[in-house]
Design a protein around this ligand. Structure first.
Ligand code: ZN
Length: 198
Protein backbone atom coordinates (compact mmCIF):
# COMPACT_ATOMS: atom_id res chain seq x y z
CA UNK A 1 0.00 0.00 0.00
CA UNK A 2 1.35 3.48 -0.77
CA UNK A 3 2.19 5.55 2.29
CA UNK A 4 -0.49 8.00 3.33
CA UNK A 5 0.95 11.47 3.20
CA UNK A 6 -0.59 14.13 5.42
CA UNK A 7 -2.19 16.87 3.36
CA UNK A 8 -0.61 20.29 3.04
CA UNK A 9 -4.08 21.73 3.36
CA UNK A 10 -4.74 22.89 6.91
CA UNK A 11 -7.89 21.64 8.65
CA UNK A 12 -9.98 24.56 9.90
CA UNK A 13 -8.20 27.04 7.62
CA UNK A 14 -8.07 25.73 4.03
CA UNK A 15 -10.63 22.98 4.59
CA UNK A 16 -13.64 23.24 6.94
CA UNK A 17 -13.19 21.33 10.20
CA UNK A 18 -16.42 19.41 9.58
CA UNK A 19 -15.36 18.11 6.13
CA UNK A 20 -14.62 14.39 5.65
CA UNK A 21 -11.23 13.21 4.38
CA UNK A 22 -10.64 10.26 2.08
CA UNK A 23 -8.94 8.21 4.81
CA UNK A 24 -11.92 8.57 7.13
CA UNK A 25 -13.83 5.42 6.24
CA UNK A 26 -17.46 5.23 7.31
CA UNK A 27 -18.66 2.05 8.85
CA UNK A 28 -20.76 0.48 11.51
CA UNK A 29 -22.84 1.91 14.28
CA UNK A 30 -22.20 2.23 17.96
CA UNK A 31 -23.10 4.28 21.01
CA UNK A 32 -21.90 7.85 20.52
CA UNK A 33 -21.49 10.62 23.15
CA UNK A 34 -22.65 13.21 20.58
CA UNK A 35 -26.15 11.78 21.01
CA UNK A 36 -25.94 10.84 24.71
CA UNK A 37 -24.84 7.29 24.01
CA UNK A 38 -27.57 6.48 21.50
CA UNK A 39 -26.64 4.31 18.56
CA UNK A 40 -25.17 6.40 15.77
CA UNK A 41 -23.39 5.91 12.44
CA UNK A 42 -19.62 5.91 12.96
CA UNK A 43 -16.65 7.04 10.91
CA UNK A 44 -12.87 6.90 11.35
CA UNK A 45 -11.32 10.09 12.74
CA UNK A 46 -8.29 11.16 10.65
CA UNK A 47 -8.86 14.76 9.62
CA UNK A 48 -6.12 16.05 7.34
CA UNK A 49 -5.16 12.61 5.99
CA UNK A 50 -5.74 11.88 2.31
CA UNK A 51 -7.91 14.26 0.29
CA UNK A 52 -10.72 16.47 1.55
CA UNK A 53 -14.19 15.36 0.41
CA UNK A 54 -15.82 18.78 0.38
CA UNK A 55 -19.33 17.54 -0.35
CA UNK A 56 -19.32 15.15 2.61
CA UNK A 57 -19.50 16.13 6.24
CA UNK A 58 -17.84 13.84 8.77
CA UNK A 59 -20.58 12.07 10.73
CA UNK A 60 -19.12 12.56 14.19
CA UNK A 61 -17.81 16.08 13.60
CA UNK A 62 -21.16 17.11 12.08
CA UNK A 63 -22.96 15.93 15.22
CA UNK A 64 -20.35 17.69 17.36
CA UNK A 65 -20.90 21.00 15.54
CA UNK A 66 -24.67 20.91 16.04
CA UNK A 67 -24.66 19.51 19.55
CA UNK A 68 -22.03 21.87 20.95
CA UNK A 69 -22.55 24.73 18.46
CA UNK A 70 -19.00 24.47 17.19
CA UNK A 71 -18.21 26.49 14.09
CA UNK A 72 -18.09 24.03 11.16
CA UNK A 73 -15.28 26.05 9.57
CA UNK A 74 -12.75 26.29 12.42
CA UNK A 75 -14.18 23.76 14.90
CA UNK A 76 -14.10 26.23 17.83
CA UNK A 77 -17.12 27.02 20.02
CA UNK A 78 -19.32 29.88 18.85
CA UNK A 79 -20.29 32.37 21.59
CA UNK A 80 -23.74 33.94 21.97
CA UNK A 81 -24.07 36.79 19.50
CA UNK A 82 -21.48 35.43 17.06
CA UNK A 83 -23.43 32.68 15.31
CA UNK A 84 -24.24 33.20 11.64
CA UNK A 85 -26.01 31.00 9.12
CA UNK A 86 -25.22 31.26 5.41
CA UNK A 87 -27.58 28.63 4.06
CA UNK A 88 -30.38 28.50 6.65
CA UNK A 89 -33.96 29.18 5.55
CA UNK A 90 -36.83 30.68 7.52
CA UNK A 91 -39.86 28.42 7.80
CA UNK A 92 -42.87 28.33 10.11
CA UNK A 93 -43.17 25.44 12.57
CA UNK A 94 -46.47 24.54 10.89
CA UNK A 95 -44.69 24.25 7.55
CA UNK A 96 -42.21 21.78 9.03
CA UNK A 97 -45.03 19.83 10.65
CA UNK A 98 -46.76 19.64 7.27
CA UNK A 99 -43.55 18.06 5.92
CA UNK A 100 -43.61 15.34 8.58
CA UNK A 101 -41.31 16.88 11.20
CA UNK A 102 -44.10 17.06 13.76
CA UNK A 103 -42.71 14.59 16.26
CA UNK A 104 -39.30 16.22 16.30
CA UNK A 105 -40.56 19.71 17.23
CA UNK A 106 -41.45 20.81 20.76
CA UNK A 107 -45.21 20.27 21.12
CA UNK A 108 -45.76 23.74 22.63
CA UNK A 109 -44.21 25.53 19.64
CA UNK A 110 -47.04 27.36 17.85
CA UNK A 111 -47.53 26.63 14.15
CA UNK A 112 -46.92 30.27 13.21
CA UNK A 113 -43.57 30.51 15.02
CA UNK A 114 -40.75 31.18 12.54
CA UNK A 115 -37.75 28.85 12.69
CA UNK A 116 -34.36 29.19 11.04
CA UNK A 117 -33.86 25.77 9.45
CA UNK A 118 -30.07 25.39 9.25
CA UNK A 119 -30.27 21.81 7.99
CA UNK A 120 -27.09 19.99 8.93
CA UNK A 121 -24.92 23.13 8.97
CA UNK A 122 -24.30 24.72 12.36
CA UNK A 123 -23.81 28.50 12.46
CA UNK A 124 -20.33 29.93 11.91
CA UNK A 125 -18.32 32.73 13.51
CA UNK A 126 -18.78 35.94 11.55
CA UNK A 127 -15.11 35.96 10.53
CA UNK A 128 -15.28 32.31 9.41
CA UNK A 129 -18.50 32.92 7.45
CA UNK A 130 -16.83 35.80 5.61
CA UNK A 131 -13.74 33.72 4.86
CA UNK A 132 -15.72 30.74 3.58
CA UNK A 133 -17.85 32.96 1.33
CA UNK A 134 -14.65 34.10 -0.32
CA UNK A 135 -13.15 30.63 -0.66
CA UNK A 136 -16.07 28.32 -1.44
CA UNK A 137 -17.32 28.46 -5.05
CA UNK A 138 -20.63 26.87 -4.05
CA UNK A 139 -21.34 29.47 -1.37
CA UNK A 140 -20.23 32.45 -3.42
CA UNK A 141 -22.69 31.37 -6.16
CA UNK A 142 -25.66 31.44 -3.79
CA UNK A 143 -28.33 33.95 -4.85
CA UNK A 144 -28.88 35.06 -1.25
CA UNK A 145 -25.55 35.61 0.48
CA UNK A 146 -26.88 37.57 3.41
CA UNK A 147 -25.79 36.12 6.74
CA UNK A 148 -28.65 35.38 9.12
CA UNK A 149 -28.14 35.79 12.86
CA UNK A 150 -28.77 32.49 14.65
CA UNK A 151 -31.43 32.96 17.35
CA UNK A 152 -30.68 32.44 21.06
CA UNK A 153 -33.04 29.41 21.27
CA UNK A 154 -32.91 26.30 19.15
CA UNK A 155 -33.90 22.65 18.87
CA UNK A 156 -32.06 19.66 17.42
CA UNK A 157 -33.68 16.99 15.25
CA UNK A 158 -31.82 13.69 14.81
CA UNK A 159 -31.89 12.15 11.33
CA UNK A 160 -31.83 8.36 11.27
CA UNK A 161 -30.47 5.64 9.03
CA UNK A 162 -31.55 2.02 9.21
CA UNK A 163 -28.94 -0.30 10.70
CA UNK A 164 -29.02 -4.09 10.95
CA UNK A 165 -27.97 -6.22 13.92
CA UNK A 166 -25.23 -8.70 12.93
CA UNK A 167 -26.94 -11.45 14.91
CA UNK A 168 -30.56 -12.02 14.02
CA UNK A 169 -30.59 -9.40 11.27
CA UNK A 170 -33.28 -7.23 12.81
CA UNK A 171 -33.14 -3.54 11.98
CA UNK A 172 -33.06 -0.44 14.16
CA UNK A 173 -32.57 3.29 13.74
CA UNK A 174 -29.13 4.84 14.19
CA UNK A 175 -28.52 8.59 14.17
CA UNK A 176 -26.64 9.83 11.12
CA UNK A 177 -26.64 13.63 11.11
CA UNK A 178 -28.26 16.18 13.39
CA UNK A 179 -30.48 18.91 11.97
CA UNK A 180 -30.47 22.29 13.69
CA UNK A 181 -33.49 24.59 13.93
CA UNK A 182 -33.14 28.05 15.45
CA UNK A 183 -36.30 29.32 17.17
CA UNK A 184 -36.92 33.00 16.42
CA UNK A 185 -39.38 35.32 18.17
CA UNK A 186 -41.09 36.07 14.83
CA UNK A 187 -44.54 34.89 13.77
CA UNK A 188 -45.81 34.18 10.28
CA UNK A 189 -49.62 34.34 10.41
CA UNK A 190 -49.80 33.42 6.70
CA UNK A 191 -47.67 30.30 7.00
CA UNK A 192 -50.42 28.12 5.50
CA UNK A 193 -50.33 30.08 2.25
CA UNK A 194 -46.66 29.12 1.85
CA UNK A 195 -47.29 25.37 1.95
CA UNK A 196 -46.54 23.62 -1.34
CA UNK A 197 -49.69 22.77 -3.29
CA UNK A 198 -50.98 19.27 -2.52
ZN1 ZN B 1 -15.10 29.64 13.20
Amino acid sequence: MPPVIPSRLKVGVDVPWVTSWSQERQGGVGPCPTVDGQMAALQLWKPGVGKPLYSRNHLRRQRDTVRALLCPMCGEATPDGDRWSQTGAFVAAGGLRARGFGKALPADLADDRVLLDCGAIAPLHFRCAQASLQRCPHLSALPNRELKAFPPAWTIVPLYVEARRPVGGTTFGAVSFLQLLGITQDRDPDWRSRLPPV
